[in-house]
Write a protein that binds this ligand. Structure first.
Ligand code: G3H
Ligand code: 13P
Ligand code: ZN
Length: 327
């Protein structure tokens, strides 16, 4: 099977009340852990590459590794694993063009920090080039708080999506999906202690997502796929392992999984997860080093890290996204 766009995936996800997982990839073990989970669970998949990931690993390595994962699925499991390869947070036309020319089937142009008119102009330019090349485009309205590579947006500078803008944005740009801001946030520290309450175990409980905004957006764009960024749950078991093995991540907090499941039942067709992959991998490696201080072969600690990613992704596919068995 060739790499596919997300068009068909989103249509089925919208109608079926589930979401596709969009997982960020940076190296071989992460790609293998995610794709092995998708193979096991027969789940359609979006592998996404940020500008930083592309700079770290190089476009060609990531592309070849993804092609290898698809070939492996066919050979070892006899299974056509549908994978969409997506540019995450493209910030210029040139970056989007380079990914389209280099074989990606989907790009995000993130003009969310620009004015409404500038966001429309840039997004429309990307859509025209992408559609001419059979590639789909995700746009964004509203600004998430948190950290993405070089960009840090404080909670005060973040802004929810304004539902009254979405129809005009979609019709004037021609985008295929729309990322919205309803209270999710990038990274492992999504909320400050002041924004949260604490449960009996002293763990931060974040404010609920703004489902009222999501409902209003979906009413205005019936049948149209919505995307949620910043949707890691920051599992506390990983944070605990990290903190018990030399790490220091106080008050790391994410989006409760039941709220993501609720979003996936509605118009949300793509849910972005990166930080949870990083946490699974880091927790595994920290624990391994603490238990085996004399080991130094990267295969020894990367193998359990890859397994940790695989089991975390399996859990997401089944219990959060609901996309198992849909490939
Ligand atoms: O939204 C951001 C993603 O987590 C990618 O992060 O830019 O550090 O690769 P990155
Ligand atoms: P997290 O930091 O919550 O994993 O968000 C990832 C993301 O939105 C990638 O675009
Ligand atoms: Zn994002």
């Amino acid at each position: 099977m060739a790499i596919v766009t997300s068009k068909e995936m989103f249509k089925k996800a919208y109608d079926g009340g589930y979401a596709i997982g969009a997982f960020n990839v940076n190296n071989m073990e992460i790609i293998q852990g995610i794709t092995e989970a998708a193979m096991e669970k027969h789940a359609p998949l979006i592998l996404q590459v940020s500008k930083g990931a592309r700079a770290y690993a190089k476009h060609v390595y990531l592309m070849k590794l993804i092609e290898a994962a698809i070939a492996d699925a066919e050979q070892s499991a006899g299974f056509d694993l549908p994978i969409c390869v997506h540019l995450d947070h493209g910030d210029t036309f040139e970056l989007c063009k380079s990914c389209i020319d280099g074989g990606f089937t989907s790009v995000m142009i993130d003009g969310s920090s620009k004015s409404f008119e500038d966001n429309i102009a840039l997004t429309k330019q990307v859509v025209e080039y992408a559609h001419d090349h059979g590639v789909v485009v995700e746009g964004e309205l509203g600004t998430l708080a948190g950290v993405e590579d070089e960009v840090k947006v404080s909670a005060e500078d973040s802004s929810y999506t304004r539902p009254e803008e979405v129809e005009e944005f979609v019709s004037r740009t021609g985008v295929d999906s729309l990322a919205i801001a309803i209270g999710t946030s990038h990274g492992a520290y999504k909320f400050t202690a002041a924004q949260c309450t604490r449960n009996a175990d002293g763990i931060l409980v974040p404010p609920p997502l703004r489902f009222d905004i999501l409902d209003e957006v979906s009413k205005r764009l019936p049948g149209f796929p919505i995307v949620l960024h910043g949707s890691s749950s920051v599992p506390q078991e990983f944070v605990k392992i990290i903190n018990e093995n030399g790490g220091k991540m106080p008050d790391a907090v994410g989006i409760p999984e039941e709220q993501l499941r609720q979003a996936a039942r509605g118009a949300v067709c793509k849910i972005n997860i990166d930080s949870d992959l990083r946490l699974a991998m880091t927790a595994s490696i920290r624990k391994y080093f603490a238990e085996h201080p004399d080991h130094f072969d990267p295969r020894q600690y990367l193998k359990p890290a890859r397994i940790a990613i695989k089991s975390m992704v399996e859990h997401k596919l089944v219990d959060v996204l609901g996309c198992d068995g849909k490939a």
